[in-house]
Design a protein around this ligand. Structure first.
Ligand SMILES: Nc1ncnc2c1ncn2[C@@H]1O[C@H](COP(=O)(O)OP(=O)(O)O)[C@@H](O)[C@H]1O
Ligand SMILES: O=P(O)(O)OC[C@H](O)CO
Length: 504
């Protein structure tokens, strides 16, 4: 590769439990990786925080680690793409960058009362109409309001223009550019409860209701755009930041779900199903979210999203909390030898339930325990819960999408990715519950790949949409095998268990 022809691209995947930086070469192959976990903080029941310093430090050190492992210098990188855990917010001082509070993480439930109050004032339809979201503590807006309400003097400083707010992408861009750029992309803005997704602009009325000065919010750019360059003091060279998207939207891009009706689901800590609805903003009648899949060249592509808060996290709980697994992979082996005559249902409402129930107060439950229930049956129930919830989301999507007179989503298969798709047992179970195929691609780093493609296509070093879509390759298709009656019985048992868990 000659001078000036560098095609290496770095993706930063700043996730809930770890930060990863991955370098791809010009043929879109992974050539270097840096990964670091960081601590989670649970200061009160239902609260989840991250230390912004951990997020920043793991980002820089994994970027350096990825360059070292690939043997690539900063000057060899054509562009950086950022994918981030969404909704998590940080507020910091405009002058010196100091955060005024720990990051409040997407899973955090502390603004449940605020959401309840806004709902009781009849405001949910307004928020929903403008933002495509619901009044749930999951989203950023009430978290920002909470910090402004609880940190002394914060609202005054925000009104005076002294504080900046942002989701994790914005926080990283600000620091990477040495405080020069305060920006986000449309997919991240779409998760704040402050952004009008039809008009593509911050909404003054919603900001006024939440008492958030819009001056503290970042400029909103396309998902592939000019987000500035990294400051020379960090890595030697100035590396252009050219792609940004929330991690689930980045995975949608990485899975090449560019055609309306295509759908992916990412199974990590939680699970997030995203259905591309093209340039149609589909309003869900089944409590799914309407959101932005990506915005390219000023053109918005919309999506329907179903969000499950606990997927792989239930496996982590079995491993670290209950100590009935020595590693995550053991869950599938245990499930495979569970006693089939037992009907155990685990409703993983550890932080409430997301779509389609949106019950912030619900907490987890296990039903159907008998005298000889053991680790195998519990592990099976935890994995099945992921499949049942996927079924509920995908069913709701079919109804919403079919109702628009578009090609039925039933005709498309579900593309899957995320740490949990390593589990063949779980993937088969999902295909069985959906009664439709599940496709696992060869590249499982789809979130990073999507962020890299956004940046690299903007920088002109990777192919465009068509060629990129054709490079998507199937590793394994899971075909449904379960008898229809058994499936119906199991789903009925699940729905009964959920009913008994809900508080609303
Ligand atoms: N073989 C497996 N079987 C079941 N769950 C798994 C397996 N491997 C990983 N996981 C789960 O996947 C999750 C990690 O996925 P990852 O995509 O890295 O998560 P995140 O991006 O949310 O931090 C963990 O919660 C882990 O329990
Ligand atoms: O960090 P992940 O991969 O679990 O993703 C978190 C989501 O973006 C939350 O909305």
């Amino acid at each position: 590769m000659g001078v000036g022809m560098t095609k290496f691209v770095m993706a930063i995947d700043q996730g809930t439990t770890s930060t990863r930086s991955i370098i791809f070469d010009g043929t879109m192959r992974v050539v270097g990786l840096g990964q670091q976990e960081f601590p989670q903080s649970y200061p009160q029941s239902g609260w989840v925080e991250h230390d912004p310093e951990d997020i920043w430090k793991t980002t820089v050190s994994t970027m350096r680690g990825a360059m070292a492992s690939a043997g690539v210098a900063s000057s060899d990188l054509a562009a950086i793409g950022i994918a981030n855990q969404r909704e998590t917010v940080i507020i910091w001082d405009r002058e010196d960058g100091t955060p005024i509070h720990p990051a409040i993480v997407w899973q955090d439930r502390r603004t449940g009362d605020m959401c309840e109050r806004l709902r009781s004032e009849g405001l949910e339809p307004l928020f929903s109409e403008r933002t495509g979201l619901l009044l749930d503590p999951y989203f950023s807006g009430t978290k920002i309001a909470w910090i402004l309400d609880h940190v002394e003097g914060a609202r005054g400083r925000a009104e005076a223009g002294k504080l900046l707010a942002g989701t994790i992408d914005t926080f990283l861009i600000w620091h990477l550019t040495g405080g020069k750029v305060h920006a986000t992309d449309a997919t991240n803005a779409a998760r704040t409860l402050l952004y009008d997704i039809a008009r593509n602009r911050w909404d003054e009325e919603l900001a006024a209701i939440l008492n958030i000065p819009l001056a503290m919010m970042p400029k909103v750019l396309d998902s592939a755009d000019d987000f500035g360059v990294t400051s020379r003091s960090l890595f030697g060279a100035e590396i252009p930041i050219r792609g940004v998207a929330g991690d689930q939207q980045a995975a949608t891009v990485g899975q090449a779900c560019f055609t309306p009706g295509m759908m992916k689901c990412t199974y990590g800590t939680g699970a997030f199903a995203v259905l591309n609805t093209g340039n149609t903003l589909v309003r869900s009648e089944h409590r799914l979210l309407s959101t932005i899949a990506y915005r390219l060249n000023g053109e918005t592509t919309y999506a329907l999203e179903g969000s499950i808060f606990i997927a792989g996290a239930a496996v982590q709980w079995l491993r670290d909390g209950m100590k009935i697994l020595s590693n995550a992979a053991e869950s599938g082996r245990l499930a495979a030898r569970a006693d089939d005559t037992q009907h155990i249902y685990l409703v993983p409402a550890f932080v409430g339930l997301g779509a389609p129930h949106w019950d912030a107060e619900a907490r987890g439950a296990i039903f159907g325990l008998v005298r000889n229930t053991g680790p195998a049956e519990i592990a099976k129930a935890a994995l099945e819960a992921v499949a049942y919830q996927t079924h509920d989301l995908v069913t709701a999507m079919h109804r919403d999408w079919g109702g628009q007179g578009s090609a039925p989503a039933e005709e498309t298969v579900l593309r899957v990715d995320g740490g949990m798709v390593a589990s063949d047992w779980t993937m088969q179970c999902i295909a069985d519950m959906l009664a439709s195929p599940v496709d696992r691609p060869t590249v499982l780093e789809t979130t990073a790949l999507g962020a890299a493609w956004l940046a690299a296509s903007y920088a002109g070093v990777w192919p465009g949409r068509e060629e990129f879509s054709q490079s998507w390759a199937l590793e394994r298709r899971f075909e449904p095998q379960m008898d229809g009656d058994l499936r119906a019985r199991k789903l009925a048992g699940w729905h009964d268990a959920v009913r008994r868990t809900l508080t609303n």
